[in-house]
Design a protein around this ligand. Sequence first.
Ligand code: ASP
Length: 594
Amino acid sequence: MLKSHSCGELRLEHVGQTVTLAGWVNRRRDMGGVIFVDLRDRDGKAQVVIDAGRSADAFAVAEQVRSEYVLQVVGQVAARPEGLQNPNLPTGDVEVLATAVTILNPAKTPPFLIDRDDNVDETLRLKYRYLDLRRERLQRNIVLRYRAVKFIRDFLDQHDFIEVETPILFKSTPEGARDYLVPSRVHPGKFYALPQSPQQLKQLLMVAGYERYFQIARCFRDEDLRADRQPEFTQLDMEMSFVERDDILDLIEALMVGMVQHVSLVPLTTDKFPRLSYREAMERFGTDRPDLRYGLELVDISDIAGKSAFRVFAENVAAGNPVKGICVPGCGHYSRKEIGELEEIAKSAGAKGLATMALDPDSGEMKGFITKFFTVEQLVALTARLGAEPGDLLLFASDEARIVYAVLGALRDEMGYRLELKNKKELSFCWVIDFPLFEETLEDGHYAPSHHMFTAPKREHIPLLDTNPGAVLSEQYDLVCNGFEVAGGSIRIHERPLQRKIMELIGFSWQEAEDQFGHMLEAFEYGAPPHGGIAPGIDRIVALMAGEPNIREVMAFPKTAQATDLMSDTPSFVAQKQLDELQLALKAPAKKNG
Ligand code: ASP
């Protein structure tokens, strides 16, 4: 080794020892005759003192070094003189009095400062990711990620799971996104699909009798990337045989609680995760991934509003639609402009407009255009129902239930930000269960699965598949944290006829089902055990535990929102020869490679 100790490990107990350190120049200060270098390695920083009086050679070398040079230093550990200790540094009681300094490699001036957590443009950070990764914040995140995954592996090992790798070159498994395709050279015209998840394979491992499988699995989904998605991401993929829903929920809950307690920088709100039905989540929070760190719950006022003289409300209630509202404390003073901003949010969530009322902070008098359509008794009932106090703002939505949820869910989210109710120092988990099996009815009369097509309907709802598929509830469960879906899973279908039936409802012809999933359907005929699984997203959970706003901060080499890697300039053109080998021709003429 080119070093005897790490920079970060030096303490008073090392005083008197001669050590060899190697690392990067974090900072260099020339005091005239004495040069101080903070030498940094993965473990931390040590102060090196290079005194011309002690070693003229070492001093001459130190005079040339700059930030991020790679050095090897030999010297003696000494206690720092009284009053010069640095309590903010773990090595702050000691320094190394250098007798020899060797430059292992010089460095150009980095495009941004490594030793400061400045707000550097993300494009630059991604282009020089290897420099960004040197910075303390990312080192902390990447180490935290490692610890989280290690905790997961140890925990699951103790619970009798085994890790099995599944192929990356496989067949399309629909998870609701587009596949990344890989052309086969050996079989021209044929393609592999990169797995959107190992869903089929983990189920086949259950058929194969492995009973408890997991994998830290890479998944690939070619979606138009919304702000914080990645084309490839990592999930803890799991599957168990002979289980019921609550076995999986209890196990994952214990795993999450243990992991947060061991590695997280952000603590849990509660170590017993509340369980909400999908319906309850929608009714109370307007979303199936409720952020439980704050209230601002949706309140049904259909009975009161339906009797008012406000036509929109009355007509909607008569048509069987709800009127709901949320009470935003202390925002009764909102200006026309601010209300206008909220109205824009409501409209982009599907509303035609936004009805509001405000309670005067002093008199408590109700203001707002729609107030005049309500009797005094109705207004009193409304305030009581919403728990409104003087100074509060009331926001209403009335439409089809799904629009009401979307609108008030979006407004609740916005007000959560505006009122700073989303405490970054808190992890608030909950389960959402009892999802509908199908998300929506498609134009051609088929149904889109709300999870994926391998999810089992609730046993008692199977007869409804023939009469009212839209009403069927499933064995899907999602784990939600701070408003993010951090895991999704389900008890699966394990019988061929039921799987075929669901495929039909989704719109697969017999032939398509056989072509794409014949192997699964056949496997179900060879003694498939009842089974179920789940897949927590590692990137998001680690980001939450690190207190980071986006998952790029916890991935070593993430892609941009345009699915590019700025460091290596990927994707890139390939040589004509490579295309020829694959027997592929591009429609648009390829630019010259590079
Ligand atoms: N395959 C699902 C997903 O990746 C998870 C599961 O059902 O286990 O979201």
